[in-house]
Design a protein around this ligand. Structure first.
Ligand SMILES: O=C(O)C1=C[C@@H](OP(=O)(O)O)[C@@H](O)[C@H](O)C1
Ligand SMILES: C=C(OP(=O)(O)O)C(=O)O
Length: 431
C-alpha cells in the first residue's frame, strides 16, 4: 500500500460548483456487508460496494480465512462465505479503523490465532477500546504498547456473552462486540452513552440474527447468519463534501444516499447554518444550494451523528458569518489524524482564524470574504484532504496544493474526477 504522499494542485475557477454527483457506496455498510457475507455459510451478493482501499483491505483480510470473493462483470461481488480455517497470514487492515475493530470481533469469535495490523496511521490509533471488552468475553488479546496499539494478536473462541457499557460512543466498538457475540455462549448486550449508527444491528437482523434493541442497549444472541443480498447505498459522509461546496457556492444534487439513523445529521447542521437543503427520503436524494451561512454551536450530543463530517463542516463554518464552537469532540483526536489539530491547521492555512480546544475548536467565520489559496498537509487523512479541496474550489481563488492526497483512495478513489466535473477546476496530481 502506498504511503499517501502525492500532491494535488487545484486551481479554482470563480464559478462555484454545479451538477449531480453519485458518490461511492457507503464505506461503513461496505465493511459490514463483506463481514456478514463472510460469516454466513452460502453465497451472498453485494452490489454498490465501495471500491475504496479501506473495504478492500477488509475483503483481503477475510480472504485469509478462506472466504472467496468473485467480481462479476456488472460490478457486483459474489461472496462464498464461511470461515474455513484460521487466517493463513497477518490481516492487514490498511488505514481502516472500522476494518480492524470489526474484524477483531470476528477473530475473537473464531477458534484460532489471528494477527491484525495496519498502516502507520492505524498503528497509532487506540485498540484497547476493543481489546478490553473482548478479554472480558474470554478472548486472549495482546497488543503492542501494553495492549493498546496494533499489531493485535487474538486467540479466539470459547467466548461468553457480557453486558458492556461503552465508556465512549463508538459504533465500531459496539459492532466489534456484537460480531463477537454471534459465537459466544449466551447473549451479549452493549449499552451506548449516545446512540450511534445502527448498521451492524440492522444488517445482522436482516441476516437472521436475533437482535433486541431497547433504548440505547443492543443485545445479540448467538447463532448462525444466513447469506443475504446487500445493496450498498451512496455514502452520506462523502456526499457531505459536495453538500458543503454547494452550501458555500453553487448547487448540487446527490442521489441514492443512505439517510438512515446517525448518518445524515450533517444536513441538519447545514440547515441550522442557513443552507438551502432539500431531502427526498424515499429515494435518498438530497439537493443543496448556497445561501448566506451563519455560525452554530455543536456540542457532544451532536458529535456521534457528524463524527466524520466535522472537517468539512468546519469549512462551511469558515465561510459563515459569526463564530462556530465545537465541543465534546475529543474523539476526533484519535481518527486517521488528530482531526482537531489537522482541521484547525487546514483552516489557518486558508487564512481562516480558528483555535483548538482540548475537546473541539472555535472557528471565526469570515462571511463572504474569500479564503487565501493554501498549502495544506492532509496529515495522511482522507477527510482533511477532501475538505481542503472543497475549500479550494468553493472559496479560495488561485492555486492551492494539498499534500498527502493519496489518502483519498482509502474512501473515495474517484473524488478528483467528480471535483473537476462539478467545479471545472484545473487539477494536477504529482505522484
Ligand atoms: O462504525 C463505523 O463504520 C464507523 C464509526 C465511527 O467511528 P467510531 O466508532 O470510532 O466513532 C466513524 O468515525 C467511522 O468512520 C466509521
Ligand atoms: C474515521 C474514519 O474511518 P475509520 O475509523 O474506519 O478509519 C473515517 O472514514 O473518517
Amino acid at each position: 500500500m502506498h504511503e499517501h504522499d502525492s500532491v494535488l494542485s487545484v486551481t479554482a475557477p470563480t464559478s462555484g460548483v454545479k451538477g449531480t454527483v453519485q458518490v461511492p457506496g457507503d464505506k461503513s455498510i461496505s465493511h459490514r456487508a463483506l463481514i456478514l457475507a463472510a460469516l454466513s455459510e452460502g453465497t451472498s451478493t453485494i452490489t454498490g460496494l465501495s471500491r475504496g482501499e479501506d473495504p478492500t483491505s477488509t475483503r483481503g483480510a477475510l480472504s485469509r480465512f478462506g472466504v472467496e470473493f468473485v467480481d462479476q462483470p456488472d460490478g457486483a461481488v459474489l461472496v462464498h462465505g464461511g470461515l474455513r480455517h484460521e487466517p493463513v497470514d497477518v490481516l492487514d487492515c490498511g488505514n481502516a479503523g472500522t476494518g480492524i475493530r470489526l474484524l477483531s470481533g470476528v477473530c475473537a469469535g473464531y477458534p484460532g490465532l489471528s494477527v491484525l495490523t495496519g498502516d502507520q496511521y492505524l498503528r497509532r490509533r487506540p485498540m484497547d477500546r476493543v481489546a478490553e471488552p473482548l478479554r472480558l468475553m474470554g478472548a486472549r488479546v495482546d497488543a503492542r504498547d501494553g495492549g493498546r496499539l496494533a499489531p493485535l494478536v487474538i486467540r479466539g473462541g470459547g467466548l461468553s456473552g457480557i453486558t458492556y457499557e461503552l465508556p465512549k460512543a463508538s459504533a465500531q466498538v459496539k459492532s466489534c462486540l456484537l460480531l463477537a457475540g454471534l459465537s459466544a455462549t449466551g447473549p451479549t448486550t452493549v449499552i451506548e452513552p449516545h446512540p450511534t449508527r445502527a448498521h451492524t444491528e440492522e444488517m445482522l437482523l436482516a441476516a437472521g440474527a436475533r437482535i433486541e434493541v431497547e433504548g440505547t442497549a443492543v443485545t445479540v444472541h448467538p447463532g448462525p447468519l444466513a447469506p443475504t443480498d446487500h445493496a450498498v447505498p451512496g455514502d452520506p459522509s462523502q456526499a457531505a463534501f459536495w453538500a458543503v461546496a454547494a452550501a458555500l457556492a453553487g448547487e448540487i444534487e446527490l442521489p441514492n444516499l443512505y439517510l438512515g439513523f446517525g448518518r445524515a445529521d450533517f444536513l441538519g447542521i447545514l440547515r441550522r447554518m442557513g443552507a438551502d437543503v432539500q431531502v427526498e427520503e424515499s429515494t435518498g436524494s438530497v439537493r443543496v444550494a448556497s445561501a448566506p451561512l451563519r455560525g452554530v454551536e455543536i456540542t457532544g450530543a451532536d458529535v456521534p451523528g457528524i463524527v466524520d463530517e466535522i472537517p468539512v463542516l468546519a469549512i462551511a463554518a469558515a465561510g459563515a458569518e459569526g463564530t462556530t464552537v465545537i465541543s465534546g469532540a475529543d474523539e476526533l483526536r484519535v481518527k486517521e489524524s488528530d482531526r482537531v489539530t489537522s482541521t484547525v491547521a487546514m483552516l489557518n492555512a486558508f487564512g481562516v482564524r480558528a483555535e483548538e480546544r482540548p475537546d473541539g475548536m472555535v472557528i471565526h467565520g469570515q462571511g463572504d470574504a474569500a479564503f487565501s489559496p493554501a498549502q495544506v498537509d492532509s496529515a495522511g487523512d482522507h477527510r482533511i484532504a477532501m475538505a481542503a479541496a472543497v475549500a479550494a474550489v468553493a472559496r479560495a481563488g488561485g492555486q492551492s496544493t494539498i499534500s498527502g492526497w493519496g489518502s483519498v483512495a482509502t474512501s473515495y478513489p474517484g473524488f478528483v474526477e467528480d471535483l473537476v466535473e462539478v467545479s471545472g477546476a484545473t487539477v494536477n496530481l504529482d505522484p
